[in-house]
Design a protein around this ligand. Structure first.
Ligand code: DGY
Length: 394
């Protein structure tokens, strides 16, 4: 399906499907075409901002204008009460973050304004976990330092002690927050590198435990040395015992600076800290200090406290590997996130029901015709008593 496109008078905005009945804005251009095809199928005219900078709330208010049915927004924007109020007054019904995390969205304020909020879980689990594991490998084997050494022409002779790193096999990976992403990181390292595993989560993850147990049994059947795993009673137990500690909590008041100076001190001096969750989960100033004082300690970071900035000193530390919040950045994943966000918006505008299952893969197939008529992930649908009208064939 092709989507007709024209330019707005503000050169930064392009309009797809200009004759569409409902007006939807997207504060960034998204990935692939499926998201636009979905919105076109559900009769939306889609105005897309092609500016690659962060839009201010004033600019977003201007873009919402006097009539806007729904918005696809970004984690770099602060969706607060005033924005949701403007959206409500413009006749808006729905906002979808193009991200699984929504710490940038004041969901109670959206609910108060009658706006349904969507997010994009279930398609970025593996991609994010793969990035966490990439950071583990990069830090353990000093890939960035060694790459810089090569490019600087410093490789003159093979030496027995050149860039000695850390072996992961047989060490312990600690997971804080064993939801979809955390448990996938744990399984990748336990199965792939035969690491022992310890996790902390308020909720027991029985499926995760069953998979770890099955792997243990498989290893003992094949006569290989096996792995140990356990669910810890406290977060501190995980922090103390881990060689690799990977953080996967949601960011909220209870997890802000969860890794502070005191907890960093509890870690083994040669451990590794990985953060692919949200920057403020780690006190970054304390981390800089800790990495400076403990050269054998490594950190791998995808997220930062004051994104896009790094705290002073971080970029100068050889024992830190940094990437710019790209854990979910694979073509398939971002296309899927775009499609989920579009379907969240299209569903509410068209009064379609919430999907009601964590398995959202049917929303990211090849063709728009395969996409189910439902909102894949509507966070506050229950609070708003939003059920949509019944659809005969889901
Ligand atoms: C998210 O989705 O919350 C990530 O941070 C970006 O993929």
């Amino acid at each position: 399906m092709s989507v007709e496109m024209v330019r707005n008078s503000d050169e930064r905005w392009v309009i797809h499907n200009p004759q569409g009945k409902y007006r939807v804005i997207s504060t960034k251009n998204l990935v692939g075409n499926l998201w636009l095809e979905i919105l076109q199928k559900y009769e939306c005219r889609v105005e897309v901002c092609t500016d690659r900078g962060v839009l201010s709330n004033e600019e977003i208010v201007g873009a919402i204008g006097s009539k806007c049915d729904g918005v696809l927004g970004q984690l770099t924007e602060k969706w607060d009460d005033s924005l949701f109020n403007v959206l409500k007054r413009a006749g808006g019904k729905v906002f979808s973050n193009v991200a699984v995390g929504y710490d940038n969205v004041d969901v109670p304020a959206a609910t108060k304004n009658g706006i349904v909020v969507g997010n994009t879980p279930g398609v970025l689990t593996e991609a994010t976990a793969e990035m966490a594991v990439s950071l583990v490998y990069a830090a353990a084997r000093r890939v960035v330092e060694a790459d810089q050494f090569m490019r600087a022409g410093l490789y003159k002779i093979w030496l027995p002690d050149l860039f000695l790193g850390k072996l992961l096999t047989g060490k312990t990976v600690g997971i804080i927050g064993a939801g979809r992403i955390g448990s996938t990181v744990g399984l990748m390292l336990a199965r792939g590198n035969k690491m022992n595993l310890i996790y902390y989560d308020k909720y027991q993850n029985k499926q995760f435990e069953a998979k770890l147990e099955a792997y243990r049994e498989y290893l003992s059947h094949t006569g290989e040395s096996t792995i140990e795993w356990r669910r810890a009673d406290s977060m501190e137990e995980v922090i103390r015992d881990s060689d690799v500690l990977s953080l996967h909590p949601n960011l909220d008041k209870t997890t802000f600076h969860l890794m502070n100076s005191e907890r960093l001190q509890m870690m083994k001096k040669d451990a590794m800290l990985i953060n692919c969750a949200r920057g403020p989960v780690v006190d970054e100033v304390a981390l800089v200090e800790h990495c400076r004082e403990n050269p054998q300690f490594y950190a791998g970071l995808d997220v930062f406290e004051d994104e896009p900035l790094m705290k002073p000193g971080l970029k100068d530390l050889p024992n830190v590997v940094v990437v710019p919040h790209i854990a979910s950045a694979t073509v398939w994943t971002r296309r899927g996130m775009s499609a989920l966000a579009a379907m969240n918006v299209a569903a509410v505008i068209n009064d379609l029901p919430p999907w009601g299952s964590p398995n959202v893969l049917s929303f990211v197939g090849e063709s728009v015709e395969d996409v189910p008529p439902a909102g894949p992930s509507l966070i506050n649908a229950k609070d708003l008593n939003y059920t949509g009208r019944s659809v005969a064939k889901l």
